[in-house]
Design a protein around this ligand. Structure first.
Ligand code: SAH
Length: 339
């Protein structure tokens, strides 16, 4: 059994079954996730007998060290080769005094949104808990060698986190555990296309911040670029957003990619304003990042600013996402090598 795929509760259950004291689970989680020790031999507060028993019960296999591709703006893309040869990518994004790590939850993506490169490579498989937390552990290891540390985590890499719900939730729980990476759930954001029936459960189980990739303000328009809207129409997504439990403490974020001539008119902005008010959200406008074969162009900067102004005049906090890593294809919507 691979210990890195177990949540704390899973591990506790196995340990109790094998007659370990309950508190041992905390010691083991601490060794792995806060000290980054991947060998039972080195867990010196456990007796020799315990260590041998653990070795018999579990394997402990960290991810292979990723290849790191640096971009001129400081963004670094980590490319992981997984055990079965699949590749997955994460991005380290430094910005002023923050270092955000953007993690993937699936190899490829089943959703095929027409403006996103990851969709064009198709869907291979879900990532395991080990493969999700492993991206953070490797980023953490890499950054600590430069005396830096992760301040924020966003589930905005390849794949749809809420279609890999269990592994996503288990990974978050390990990240926020006092004995684990000890992150605050306020520093973690999960982005979803709006898998409406999984949104509230995510909030209840983890309390993380929620971001919704909306990108269009009517079902008709949204369906043209996001097939998933057929299953989860905008009204259902908004209803789930209103019920989202972290809602009162922190606003839900609406992500809106700016596609020239498609969703960037002032009429679109007015409707977006209404939506943002209805669910008490803030808005992040994302200039479209291009890739080979892309069907769209980004809205011009001036028009993005006008769109932003309309929302701001309506008292909606609206930011424009800085494009990071685009030269190394590490920016939003550009993840996924064609292999
Ligand atoms: N599946 C989830 C998690 C991925 S987040 C989701 O869609 O929310 C990746 C973000 O980048 C999403 O908001 C996505 O819509 C956006 N994106 C995708 N392609 C893009 C592109 N070409 N340019 C800019 N942003 C893009």
């Amino acid at each position: 059994m691979e210990i890195l795929n177990l949540s704390k509760e899973d591990l506790e259950n196995v340990l109790l079954e094998h007659h370990f004291e309950r508190y041992r689970v905390r010691q083991i989680i601490k060794w792995i996730y806060s000290r980054l020790i991947y060998s039972f031999d080195k867990m010196t507060d456990l007796s020799k007998d315990h260590r041998i028993k653990l070795q018999d019960l579990f394997s402990i296999t960290p991810l292979k060290t990723p290849v790191i591709v640096s971009s001129a703006d400081g963004t670094e893309k980590m490319v992981f080769e997984l055990d079965d040869g699949c590749e997955v990518e994460s991005v380290i994004i430094p910005d002023q005094n923050r270092i955000t790590v953007c993690v993937s939850t699936q190899v490829g993506c089943p959703l095929k949104c027409s403006f996103c490169k990851t969709g064009t490579i198709g869907f291979k498989r879900d990532l395991s808990v080990r493969e999700i937390t492993g991206q953070i552990l490797k980023a953490s290891e890499y950054l600590s060698s430069k005396e830096k540390r992760i301040t924020n985590i966003v589930y905005m890499g390849m794949g749809e986190p809420l279609l890999n719900f269990d592994a996503t939730v288990k990974s978050i729980k390990l990240l926020v555990d006092d004995d684990g990476l000890n992150f605050s759930n306020r520093k973690i954001t999960v982005s979803t296309v709006g898998i409406a029936d999984k949104m509230v459960p995510l909030g209840e189980l983890t309390g993380v911040n929620l971001a919704i990739s909306l990108h269009a303000v009517t079902d008709e328009k949204r369906l043209k670029i996001m097939g998933v809207n057929g299953k989860y129409p905008i009204s259902e997504i908004l209803e789930a957003a209103i019920k989202y439990p972290a809602h009162h403490r922190k606003k839900v974020l609406i992500e809106y990619v700016m596609l020239k001539g498609f969703n960037d008119s002032l009429q679109d902005a007015k409707m977006l304003l209404k939506i943002a008010r209805k669910i008490n959200a803030k808005v992040n406008l994302i200039p479209f990042n291009t890739f080979e074969g892309a069907l769209f162009e980004s809205t011009e900067r001036d028009d993005i600013l006008k769109f932003q102004k309309l929302l701001m005049n309506g008292n909606i906090t609206t930011t424009i996402r800085k494009s990071k890593g685009e030269h190394e294809f590490a920016a939003c919507g550009q993840l996924g090598r064609v292999s």
